[in-house]
Every structure is written in structure tokens, then in C-alpha cells.
Design a protein around this ligand. Structure first.
Ligand code: P1T
Length: 380
């Protein structure tokens, strides 16, 4: 089955009871038993729920994996992965990543004596110098949030296999429409399904997909034992969202390209970060591992002025000033004061998250309206 067919049919079959094409929303916490253990495969909805299972099958299908797991948020999915580790273990992570992930790593799991090294992985050689016998996980976001750095998944998978280290990729920005990390050698793919998979800014959810059965069992155990699952209504909504992922992504990419080119030629703009630009430092890696370049981009204005950046985001009318990304509507954000405020200024500035950085999630509206909106906000 090809990708566009998988988004609609992957892992799905008509409901057994009445043949409904969409899975019913099984809004139940529990299931009747005829005798203790005498049930139809479902005992309690933290452990299993038919609507959530339908979604988990879809996650697995679109990421070319064997096992899918759904969680109550992207961070809950990441939390489950880190719970595979033990005190004393070490993680090597991309240095540019979502502020909430950084906060979870440094403010929660460092208290449990898990150590994190934040490394500029665009240069994969820098990874090896941090590997020791306590290194148990390599955590990669690509494209990174918010700097849109591109990390070579295949190259890192080689290092992780040579050293017997688990390798996880946060595929939120790319989605499986653009890149499939398991095919490139990752062990775990993770999503904030809140974003492109859901696609309509109406659900908070997380996803994991793996191929290995033992790893899947460990993660299902943590999912049930820790209990950060999502409900059936949200599962239904994300399943519905995934059915149009490919058509939405096509337009996100087209609009992303037009906005990147517009900003590139705007006199007030200093730098544009979008992996589809030939000037992007890792454009060649992006060309190899991605089918297109997506609708996320960031830019700085000349002079690195905090107030000027705030003025731009406040003046935007069609781009809504908001956290999050990946919905049909265009959003703008100011990472330094919003999504990445939990990262200390001196740490985030080293990765490029300066005061004038603006991040755009380019939606699927008419491109002329989006460009006109950016123009009026930038032109004073
Ligand atoms: O918000 P949640 O569903 O828990 O997902 C966390 C998360 C994980 N990984 C990446 C790459 C993300 O971008 C996010 C959430 N990001 C935002 C809310 C944001 O505006 O960047």
C-alpha cells in the first residue's frame, strides 16, 4: 500500500458490529466480563480501547512500523521513552529542540539521575565523543524546533547500531509524509500528534511507533503502568485528521516554499531558516532524507531587536499569534518568549534562538493572503 492510501486505510477495517466505516467512539472506561478474565479482548480503557487501538494501527501504518502507541500528549510519549532508562544512564540529544522537551529532560529526569548531553548533531562526528558505556539513547529532532536544523538520520543510525544505543526521532515537524525515520534506521519514532497528524488544532496527543517486538512490549507496559493515555474522542479526531495528512502536507509545503522565498527577498529580514532553501547549511541532507521541506520556518529581522519582533507578530492578522503548529491555520510565534522560554537565555541563544527570531507554521490558506499579511506586518 502506498503512503496516500495508508493515511486513509492503513491498519483500518470496518467495525465488526455494524460495518461502520469510521471506528465508533468507544466512550467507555470498562468492559463487561462473563467470568473473571472472560472478555472480548478489552478489560479496562487505560490498557486498551478499540478507538485508540484503531488510531495506534494507523500510526504504525503511516510510519512503516509494526507497533503504534497513543499518549495523552507529545510530552507523555517522550516521558514513556525516557522511562525505558535507569538512574545513571545517559542520553545524547539534539541541542536545538522543543523547549518543553528540554524542560522534561533537565527539570524532571535529571532529578532521577539520567544525564543529558545536548549536542550540535548537524556535525554527526560530535556525537561519538559523548558516547560511553552509560549512553543508552540518542534523541533527535529533525527538522529541529525552532531552528529547522536537519540531522542526518541514516548516519546517526549507523553510530547507534555500532554502539548498541537506542535511537529515537521526534518526527513532529516532518511527519511521515516527508520522512520515515524507521526506514532510515531509527528504533523509535515519536510525534506530537497535536500538530500535523491531528492537523486541526483541536487535540493534544502523542504517538510512538516501533518495529521491535521487545521494545514495543516495554513501551506498552509503561503506557499502561504510567497511564498517560488519550481518550477515545481524541483518538477519533486524530484518526480523522490523518486521513487528509497527505493533501494538507502537500499544500503546507507549497505555501512554506512561497513564504520562504518572500521572506528571503524582504529588506527587513536578515536570515530565513527553511530546509528547502539552497542556502540552508544542511539542504543536501534534507534532499536525501525528506520528500519535500514542510511548512515550518523561522526568520530573524535585521538588528536583532526584541521589540521589533514583538511588533511584527502583534501586527499579523491571518497568522494567529499562538503556541503550537501544524494545523490548517497559519500561526506565528516568538520562541524566545513563548515555546522556548523554559530554556535559559544563554543556552538558547547559542543555538540561534535570539530575541528577533519569529517562527511561522504556514497553514493551507490562499498564499496571496498569507504573503499580504506578512508584508503589512513587516512594512512599517
Ligand atoms: O505539546 P505536546 O503534544 O505535548 O508535544 C510536545 C512537542 C514535542 N516535540 C515537538 C517537536 C514539539 O514541537 C512539541 C510541542 N511543540 C509546541 C507546542 C510548539 O509550539 O512548538
Amino acid at each position: 500500500m502506498e503512503f496516500n492510501t495508508k493515511t486513509i486505510h492503513g491498519g483500518q477495517s470496518p467495525d465488526k458490529a455494524y460495518g461502520s466505516v469510521m471506528p465508533p467512539i468507544y466512550q467507555t472506561s470498562t468492559y463487561s466480563q462473563t467470568t473473571p478474565g472472560g472478555h472480548k479482548g478489552y478489560e479496562y480503557s487505560r490498557t486498551h480501547n478499540p478507538t485508540r487501538n484503531a488510531l495506534e494501527n494507523s500510526f504504525a501504518s503511516i510510519e512503516n512500523g509494526n507497533y503504534g502507541l497513543a499518549f495523552g500528549s507529545g510530552l507523555a510519549a517522550i516521558d514513556a521513552v525516557i522511562k525505558l532508562l535507569k538512574p545513571g544512564d545517559e542520553v545524547i540529544s539534539t541541542n536545538d529542540l522543543y523547549g518543553g522537551t528540554y524542560r522534561l529532560f533537565t527539570k524532571v529526569f535529571e532529578n532521577f539521575n539520567v544525564k543529558f548531553h545536548f549536542v550540535r548533531m548537524e556535525d554527526v562526528n560530535l556525537i561519538e565523543s559523548h558516547i560511553n558505556n552509560r549512553t543508552k539513547l540518542i534523541w533527535v529532532e529533525t527538522p529541529t524546533n525552532p531552528m529547522l536544523n536537519i540531522i542526518d538520520i541514516k548516519a546517526i543510525s549507523k553510530i547507534s547500531k555500532q554502539n548498541n544505543i537506542l535511537f529515537a526521532v521526534d518526527n513532529t515537524f516532518a511527519t511521515p509524509y516527508l520522512q520515515r525515520p524507521l526506514d532510515l534506521g531509527a528504533d523509535i519514532v515519536m510525534h506530537s500528534a497535536t500538530k500535523y497528524l491531528g492537523g486541526h488544532s483541536d487535540v493534544v496527543m502523542g504517538a510512538l511507533v516501533v518495529n521491535d517486538e521487545t521494545l514495543a512490549k516495554q513501551l506498552y507496559f509503561i503506557q499502561n503502568a504510567s497511564g498517560a493515555v488519550c481518550g477515545p474522542q481524541d483518538s477519533f479526531l486524530v484518526l480523522r485528521g490523518i486521513k487528509t495528512l497527505h493533501v494538507r502536507m502537500q499544500r503546507h509545503c507549497e505555501n512554506g516554499r512561497s513564504v520562504a522565498n518572500f521572506l528571503l527577498n524582504h529588506p527587513k529580514v536578515e536570515r530565513v531558516y527553511w530546509p528547502g532553501l539552497k542556502s540552508h547549511p544542511n539542504h543536501s541532507v534534507a534532499l536525501q532524507q525528506m520528500n519535500d521541506f514542510g511548512g515550518m520556518l523561522s526568520f530573524t529581522s535585521k538588528g536583532n531587536n526584541f521589540d521589533a519582533a514583538i511588533k511584527v507578530v502583534e501586527k499579523l492578522k491571518i497568522f494567529t499569534l499562538a503556541e503550537s503548529l501544524g494545523g490548517v491555520e497559519s500561526l506565528a510565534g516568538h520562541p524566545a518568549s513563548m515555546t522556548h522560554a523554559s530554556i535559559p537565555k544563554e543556552v538558547r541563544e547559542k543555538t540561534g534562538v535570539v530575541d528577533s527570531l519569529i517562527r511561522l507554521s504556514v497553514g493551507i490558506e490562499d498564499i496571496d493572503d498569507l504573503i499580504a499579511d506578512l508584508k503589512q506586518a513587516l512594512d512599517d
